[in-house]
Design a binder for this molecule. Structure first.
Ligand code: SF4
Ligand code: SF4
Length: 296
Protein backbone atom coordinates (compact mmCIF):
# COMPACT_ATOMS: atom_id res chain seq x y z
CA UNK A 1 0.00 0.00 0.00
CA UNK A 2 1.31 3.46 -0.88
CA UNK A 3 2.02 5.74 2.05
CA UNK A 4 1.73 8.81 -0.19
CA UNK A 5 -0.98 11.25 0.87
CA UNK A 6 -2.97 12.46 -2.13
CA UNK A 7 -3.84 16.12 -2.39
CA UNK A 8 -7.37 17.33 -3.27
CA UNK A 9 -7.93 17.16 -7.01
CA UNK A 10 -5.50 14.34 -7.70
CA UNK A 11 -7.08 11.71 -9.95
CA UNK A 12 -6.05 8.85 -7.65
CA UNK A 13 -8.28 10.32 -4.97
CA UNK A 14 -11.32 9.92 -7.13
CA UNK A 15 -10.95 6.79 -9.25
CA UNK A 16 -12.35 4.56 -6.50
CA UNK A 17 -15.50 6.67 -6.31
CA UNK A 18 -16.40 6.30 -9.99
CA UNK A 19 -15.25 2.67 -10.48
CA UNK A 20 -18.10 1.60 -8.22
CA UNK A 21 -19.85 4.91 -8.47
CA UNK A 22 -20.88 6.51 -5.20
CA UNK A 23 -19.88 9.98 -6.30
CA UNK A 24 -23.37 11.21 -5.43
CA UNK A 25 -26.01 9.87 -3.03
CA UNK A 26 -27.69 7.91 -5.82
CA UNK A 27 -24.93 5.34 -5.23
CA UNK A 28 -25.48 3.56 -8.56
CA UNK A 29 -22.43 1.29 -8.07
CA UNK A 30 -21.64 1.26 -11.79
CA UNK A 31 -18.11 1.21 -13.18
CA UNK A 32 -17.93 4.47 -15.09
CA UNK A 33 -14.25 3.86 -15.88
CA UNK A 34 -15.40 0.80 -17.85
CA UNK A 35 -18.14 2.73 -19.65
CA UNK A 36 -21.12 1.75 -17.52
CA UNK A 37 -23.71 4.46 -16.99
CA UNK A 38 -25.72 5.21 -13.85
CA UNK A 39 -28.68 7.50 -13.24
CA UNK A 40 -26.79 10.58 -14.48
CA UNK A 41 -25.98 8.72 -17.74
CA UNK A 42 -22.53 10.30 -17.80
CA UNK A 43 -19.35 8.35 -18.37
CA UNK A 44 -15.98 8.91 -16.74
CA UNK A 45 -15.29 12.12 -18.64
CA UNK A 46 -17.19 15.37 -18.14
CA UNK A 47 -19.17 16.76 -21.05
CA UNK A 48 -19.07 20.55 -21.30
CA UNK A 49 -22.19 21.93 -23.00
CA UNK A 50 -21.04 25.54 -23.04
CA UNK A 51 -18.71 28.00 -21.33
CA UNK A 52 -18.74 31.77 -21.21
CA UNK A 53 -19.29 34.91 -19.13
CA UNK A 54 -22.81 34.93 -17.75
CA UNK A 55 -24.58 38.09 -16.58
CA UNK A 56 -27.89 36.54 -15.51
CA UNK A 57 -26.73 35.18 -12.15
CA UNK A 58 -27.10 36.96 -8.79
CA UNK A 59 -25.44 40.38 -8.75
CA UNK A 60 -22.85 39.23 -6.21
CA UNK A 61 -21.63 36.61 -8.70
CA UNK A 62 -21.72 38.79 -11.79
CA UNK A 63 -19.79 41.89 -10.65
CA UNK A 64 -18.48 43.73 -13.69
CA UNK A 65 -16.85 40.85 -15.58
CA UNK A 66 -19.65 38.29 -15.36
CA UNK A 67 -19.67 34.85 -13.81
CA UNK A 68 -17.51 32.44 -15.79
CA UNK A 69 -20.00 29.64 -16.23
CA UNK A 70 -19.06 26.16 -17.36
CA UNK A 71 -22.25 24.17 -18.04
CA UNK A 72 -21.77 20.45 -17.53
CA UNK A 73 -24.10 18.11 -19.40
CA UNK A 74 -26.19 15.60 -17.46
CA UNK A 75 -27.47 15.79 -13.90
CA UNK A 76 -27.85 13.44 -10.95
CA UNK A 77 -31.42 14.63 -10.35
CA UNK A 78 -34.39 14.13 -12.60
CA UNK A 79 -36.59 17.17 -12.06
CA UNK A 80 -39.68 16.81 -14.21
CA UNK A 81 -39.94 20.61 -14.56
CA UNK A 82 -36.23 21.16 -15.40
CA UNK A 83 -35.66 24.51 -17.11
CA UNK A 84 -32.30 23.31 -18.32
CA UNK A 85 -33.38 19.98 -19.77
CA UNK A 86 -31.58 20.35 -23.11
CA UNK A 87 -28.32 20.17 -21.16
CA UNK A 88 -29.28 18.15 -18.09
CA UNK A 89 -31.48 15.54 -19.78
CA UNK A 90 -30.54 15.27 -23.43
CA UNK A 91 -31.17 11.99 -25.28
CA UNK A 92 -27.43 11.34 -24.92
CA UNK A 93 -25.19 13.18 -22.44
CA UNK A 94 -22.19 12.60 -24.68
CA UNK A 95 -23.92 14.30 -27.59
CA UNK A 96 -24.90 17.34 -25.49
CA UNK A 97 -21.50 18.97 -25.71
CA UNK A 98 -17.81 18.27 -25.80
CA UNK A 99 -16.46 15.31 -23.82
CA UNK A 100 -13.20 16.65 -22.46
CA UNK A 101 -10.33 15.95 -20.10
CA UNK A 102 -9.73 17.91 -16.87
CA UNK A 103 -6.74 19.67 -18.49
CA UNK A 104 -9.10 21.10 -21.11
CA UNK A 105 -11.61 22.18 -18.47
CA UNK A 106 -8.75 23.92 -16.65
CA UNK A 107 -7.86 25.70 -19.91
CA UNK A 108 -11.50 26.83 -20.26
CA UNK A 109 -11.42 28.21 -16.71
CA UNK A 110 -8.17 30.07 -17.34
CA UNK A 111 -9.63 31.45 -20.57
CA UNK A 112 -12.70 32.76 -18.74
CA UNK A 113 -10.49 34.42 -16.14
CA UNK A 114 -8.46 36.02 -18.94
CA UNK A 115 -11.73 37.44 -20.31
CA UNK A 116 -12.33 39.18 -16.96
CA UNK A 117 -14.79 36.81 -15.28
CA UNK A 118 -15.16 37.30 -11.54
CA UNK A 119 -15.30 33.59 -10.73
CA UNK A 120 -15.51 30.16 -12.33
CA UNK A 121 -19.02 28.79 -11.93
CA UNK A 122 -19.42 25.04 -12.49
CA UNK A 123 -23.11 24.41 -13.24
CA UNK A 124 -24.38 20.88 -12.41
CA UNK A 125 -21.00 19.57 -11.20
CA UNK A 126 -22.16 16.83 -8.81
CA UNK A 127 -22.04 13.86 -11.19
CA UNK A 128 -18.60 14.92 -12.51
CA UNK A 129 -17.11 16.20 -9.24
CA UNK A 130 -14.01 14.07 -9.89
CA UNK A 131 -13.29 15.91 -13.15
CA UNK A 132 -14.09 19.31 -11.65
CA UNK A 133 -11.70 18.65 -8.75
CA UNK A 134 -8.89 17.65 -11.07
CA UNK A 135 -9.52 20.61 -13.36
CA UNK A 136 -9.51 23.08 -10.47
CA UNK A 137 -6.26 21.65 -9.09
CA UNK A 138 -4.62 22.01 -12.51
CA UNK A 139 -5.97 25.53 -13.05
CA UNK A 140 -4.75 26.59 -9.60
CA UNK A 141 -1.26 25.31 -10.40
CA UNK A 142 -1.39 27.36 -13.58
CA UNK A 143 -2.25 30.53 -11.67
CA UNK A 144 -6.07 30.68 -11.47
CA UNK A 145 -6.91 32.81 -8.42
CA UNK A 146 -10.62 33.67 -8.76
CA UNK A 147 -13.22 31.90 -6.58
CA UNK A 148 -14.56 28.55 -7.72
CA UNK A 149 -18.37 28.27 -7.49
CA UNK A 150 -19.99 24.84 -7.10
CA UNK A 151 -23.50 25.43 -8.48
CA UNK A 152 -25.39 22.22 -7.76
CA UNK A 153 -28.84 20.73 -7.16
CA UNK A 154 -28.13 20.12 -3.47
CA UNK A 155 -28.27 16.33 -3.73
CA UNK A 156 -24.61 15.82 -2.89
CA UNK A 157 -22.68 13.25 -0.91
CA UNK A 158 -20.88 14.39 2.25
CA UNK A 159 -17.97 12.07 1.39
CA UNK A 160 -17.53 13.68 -2.03
CA UNK A 161 -17.80 17.14 -0.48
CA UNK A 162 -15.06 16.18 2.01
CA UNK A 163 -12.80 15.41 -0.92
CA UNK A 164 -13.57 18.80 -2.47
CA UNK A 165 -12.50 20.69 0.64
CA UNK A 166 -9.91 23.32 -0.19
CA UNK A 167 -10.84 23.44 -3.89
CA UNK A 168 -14.19 25.25 -3.69
CA UNK A 169 -14.66 28.78 -2.31
CA UNK A 170 -18.38 29.20 -2.97
CA UNK A 171 -21.03 26.53 -2.64
CA UNK A 172 -24.29 27.44 -4.36
CA UNK A 173 -26.67 24.50 -3.84
CA UNK A 174 -30.35 24.42 -4.53
CA UNK A 175 -32.53 23.38 -1.62
CA UNK A 176 -35.55 22.12 -3.50
CA UNK A 177 -37.82 20.16 -1.20
CA UNK A 178 -38.69 19.86 2.48
CA UNK A 179 -41.18 17.15 1.53
CA UNK A 180 -39.52 13.83 0.70
CA UNK A 181 -42.56 12.63 -1.25
CA UNK A 182 -42.35 15.70 -3.50
CA UNK A 183 -38.63 15.02 -4.00
CA UNK A 184 -39.47 11.49 -5.07
CA UNK A 185 -42.28 12.52 -7.37
CA UNK A 186 -40.72 15.56 -9.02
CA UNK A 187 -36.93 15.04 -8.73
CA UNK A 188 -36.68 11.25 -8.77
CA UNK A 189 -34.98 10.69 -5.38
CA UNK A 190 -36.64 9.46 -2.20
CA UNK A 191 -34.52 11.17 0.44
CA UNK A 192 -33.93 14.69 -0.85
CA UNK A 193 -34.53 16.76 2.34
CA UNK A 194 -32.26 14.71 4.62
CA UNK A 195 -29.50 14.39 2.03
CA UNK A 196 -29.61 18.07 1.08
CA UNK A 197 -29.52 19.15 4.74
CA UNK A 198 -26.48 16.97 5.46
CA UNK A 199 -24.72 18.25 2.33
CA UNK A 200 -25.49 21.86 3.23
CA UNK A 201 -24.10 21.39 6.74
CA UNK A 202 -20.85 20.11 5.24
CA UNK A 203 -20.67 22.94 2.69
CA UNK A 204 -21.21 25.48 5.46
CA UNK A 205 -18.59 23.83 7.65
CA UNK A 206 -16.08 24.26 4.84
CA UNK A 207 -16.74 27.83 3.69
CA UNK A 208 -19.20 29.50 6.14
CA UNK A 209 -21.51 32.44 5.44
CA UNK A 210 -21.24 34.44 2.24
CA UNK A 211 -18.41 37.01 2.20
CA UNK A 212 -18.14 39.67 -0.48
CA UNK A 213 -15.39 42.13 -1.38
CA UNK A 214 -15.63 45.93 -1.33
CA UNK A 215 -17.46 45.81 -4.68
CA UNK A 216 -20.06 43.39 -3.35
CA UNK A 217 -18.66 40.49 -5.37
CA UNK A 218 -18.55 37.10 -3.72
CA UNK A 219 -15.27 35.82 -2.31
CA UNK A 220 -16.32 32.81 -0.27
CA UNK A 221 -19.26 31.15 1.45
CA UNK A 222 -22.63 29.50 0.93
CA UNK A 223 -25.48 30.87 -1.18
CA UNK A 224 -28.58 28.66 -1.27
CA UNK A 225 -31.16 28.86 -4.03
CA UNK A 226 -34.75 27.85 -3.48
CA UNK A 227 -37.31 27.86 -6.26
CA UNK A 228 -40.83 28.51 -4.99
CA UNK A 229 -43.17 25.90 -6.49
CA UNK A 230 -46.88 26.15 -7.33
CA UNK A 231 -49.24 25.20 -4.51
CA UNK A 232 -46.33 25.22 -2.03
CA UNK A 233 -45.31 21.76 -3.26
CA UNK A 234 -41.79 22.31 -1.93
CA UNK A 235 -43.09 23.37 1.54
CA UNK A 236 -40.97 26.48 1.31
CA UNK A 237 -41.17 27.61 4.94
CA UNK A 238 -39.86 24.25 6.05
CA UNK A 239 -37.10 24.51 3.44
CA UNK A 240 -36.09 27.86 4.92
CA UNK A 241 -36.17 26.33 8.43
CA UNK A 242 -33.90 23.49 7.26
CA UNK A 243 -31.50 25.93 5.61
CA UNK A 244 -31.38 28.17 8.71
CA UNK A 245 -30.63 25.13 10.89
CA UNK A 246 -27.91 23.71 8.62
CA UNK A 247 -26.25 26.98 7.55
CA UNK A 248 -27.18 29.78 9.99
CA UNK A 249 -26.93 33.28 8.48
CA UNK A 250 -26.04 32.00 5.03
CA UNK A 251 -27.29 33.82 1.94
CA UNK A 252 -30.45 32.60 0.22
CA UNK A 253 -32.10 33.43 -3.07
CA UNK A 254 -35.79 32.60 -2.79
CA UNK A 255 -36.55 32.48 -6.49
CA UNK A 256 -39.75 33.53 -8.24
CA UNK A 257 -38.90 32.32 -11.72
CA UNK A 258 -40.67 28.97 -11.76
CA UNK A 259 -42.12 28.05 -15.13
CA UNK A 260 -43.29 24.64 -16.24
CA UNK A 261 -40.73 23.05 -18.59
CA UNK A 262 -39.58 19.57 -19.63
CA UNK A 263 -42.27 17.06 -18.53
CA UNK A 264 -44.25 19.40 -16.24
CA UNK A 265 -47.32 19.10 -18.45
CA UNK A 266 -47.71 15.51 -17.19
CA UNK A 267 -48.42 16.94 -13.72
CA UNK A 268 -51.40 19.35 -13.68
CA UNK A 269 -50.37 20.71 -10.26
CA UNK A 270 -47.10 21.95 -11.80
CA UNK A 271 -48.90 24.15 -14.28
CA UNK A 272 -50.29 26.67 -11.75
CA UNK A 273 -48.61 30.07 -11.36
CA UNK A 274 -46.71 31.21 -8.26
CA UNK A 275 -47.99 34.50 -6.82
CA UNK A 276 -45.44 37.28 -6.34
CA UNK A 277 -46.83 38.04 -2.87
CA UNK A 278 -46.12 34.42 -1.88
CA UNK A 279 -42.49 34.84 -2.87
CA UNK A 280 -42.24 38.22 -1.10
CA UNK A 281 -43.61 36.70 2.12
CA UNK A 282 -41.11 33.83 1.92
CA UNK A 283 -38.22 36.24 1.41
CA UNK A 284 -39.27 38.06 4.56
CA UNK A 285 -39.60 34.75 6.39
CA UNK A 286 -36.02 33.90 5.42
CA UNK A 287 -34.81 37.21 6.86
CA UNK A 288 -36.82 36.56 10.02
CA UNK A 289 -34.96 33.24 10.33
CA UNK A 290 -31.61 35.04 10.20
CA UNK A 291 -30.76 34.36 6.56
CA UNK A 292 -29.37 36.98 4.18
CA UNK A 293 -31.32 37.82 1.03
CA UNK A 294 -29.47 37.34 -2.26
CA UNK A 295 -32.37 37.67 -4.69
CA UNK A 296 -30.93 40.50 -6.71
S1 SF4 B 1 -22.68 10.29 -10.14
FE1 SF4 B 1 -24.07 9.31 -11.62
S2 SF4 B 1 -23.46 7.14 -11.70
FE2 SF4 B 1 -22.51 8.05 -9.88
S3 SF4 B 1 -23.88 7.62 -8.18
FE3 SF4 B 1 -24.45 9.65 -8.99
S4 SF4 B 1 -26.02 9.32 -10.54
FE4 SF4 B 1 -25.04 7.34 -10.12
S1 SF4 C 1 -31.13 19.73 -10.44
FE1 SF4 C 1 -31.43 21.44 -11.86
S2 SF4 C 1 -30.44 20.79 -13.77
FE2 SF4 C 1 -30.74 18.95 -12.53
S3 SF4 C 1 -32.68 18.09 -13.24
FE3 SF4 C 1 -33.10 19.39 -11.43
S4 SF4 C 1 -33.65 21.40 -12.28
FE4 SF4 C 1 -32.61 20.23 -13.93
Amino acid sequence: MSSRVHKPGEPQQWADLIRDCVLCPRACHVDRMAGQLGACRCGARAVVASAGPHFGEERCLVGTGGSGTIFLAGCNLDCVFCQNCDISHPPSVRAAGREIEPEQIAALALGLKARGCENINFVSPTHVAHAVAEAVAIARQEGLRVPIVYNCGGYDSVETLHRLEGLIEVYMPDFKWADADAGRRYSGVSDYPAVAAAALREMYRQVGPLITDARGVVVRGVLVRHLVMPGDLARSREVIDLVAAAAPACAINVMAQYRPCHRAAEYPELLAPVARRTVAALRQYAVDRGLVRADH
